[in-house]
Design a protein around this ligand. Structure first.
Ligand code: MF3
Ligand code: CO
Length: 248
């Protein structure tokens, strides 16, 4: 069942979302060549706890860190380590926070120093795909309209959309119904109603859209090693459009 949140619940989700947004903005400032991903994770965990939140990923199904940090051909669920960031990489930070029992979840992908034109274009289009999904997430539309908007934005500009990983409802749980594929047919699926809270998260690849999981049991990479990107916001469907909850 897809639940619709009350105004009081939405207020908690706004607070959780604000902490997520603050963490992401600061991680982007701290992400420079030479910095280890583990140090960024440690900083983020401290920041979240000081703000009164709990990092929702830590311990989730045994995940060992607070932030997922995925580099270049790594799509999602990269584990922070002693690895140092380098000029030319693209890096995603995926952050989840629980605040007073409610979740926020968001992701950005950024370039470290100078990056290739291909990488820049991939980031632009993935960001655009998320914006298109958000624009389609209004009451009266169907979930398929959101999926379709994301897919068309990506494919019309030459990129592929990952099939094996999807967005999700969010609220008291990090993952609630419905699943939200980044591909699909317009005018299909459940009707969107005010108060639905969704994590939209387009994942685009330059090459093959298939993925595999590394031996660490977490890190998801593209099968062909091609570059990929991921952006995510937690949003609330309202009468007139969507409200982005994971924004400053
Ligand atoms: N943002 C991811 C998601 O939406 C978070 C899961 S990472 C995990 O599924 F470490 F918590 F598993
Ligand atoms: Co998510």
């Amino acid at each position: 069942m897809i639940t619709c949140k009350s105004e009081a619940e939405l207020e908690r989700m706004r607070r959780a979302g604000r902490i997520v947004a603050e963490v992401l903005a600061r991680l982007c400032e701290r992400a420079r060549p030479g910095v280890t991903t583990a140090s960024l994770d440690a900083w983020a965990e401290q920041y979240i706890r000081r703000r009164g939140g709990v990092p929702s990923f830590k311990g989730y199904r045994g995940y060992p860190a607070s932030v997922c940090i995925s580099i270049d051909e790594e799509l999602v669920h990269g584990i922070p380590s002693r690895r140092r960031l380098r000029e030319g990489q693209i890096v995603s930070f995926d952050v989840g926070v629980i605040y007073e029992g409610y979740h926020g979840d968001a992701t950005v992908t950024i370039g470290i120093g100078q990056i290739s034109d291909t990488a820049k274009d991939l980031l632009r289009v993935t960001r655009e795909a998320l914006e298109a999904g958000i624009a389609a997430a209004r009451a009266g539309n169907r979930l398929g309209d959101v999926s379709h908007a994301i897919q068309v934005t990506a494919e019309s500009q030459g990129y592929n959309v990952v099939r094996e990983w999807v967005g999700h409802g969010i609220g008291k749980e990090m993952h609630e119904e419905p699943q939200i594929p980044n591909f699909g047919e317009a005018r299909r699926g459940p009707l969107l109603c005010p108060g639905m809270t969704l994590a939209l998260e387009p994942m685009l690849t330059v090459g093959d859209y298939r993925t595999r999981v590394l031996d660490d049991m977490w890190t998801v990479v593209t099968v062909d090693g091609s570059l990929c990107a991921h952006f995510e916001h937690t949003i609330a469907v309202t009468e007139d459009g969507a409200e982005i909850l994971t924004r400053l």
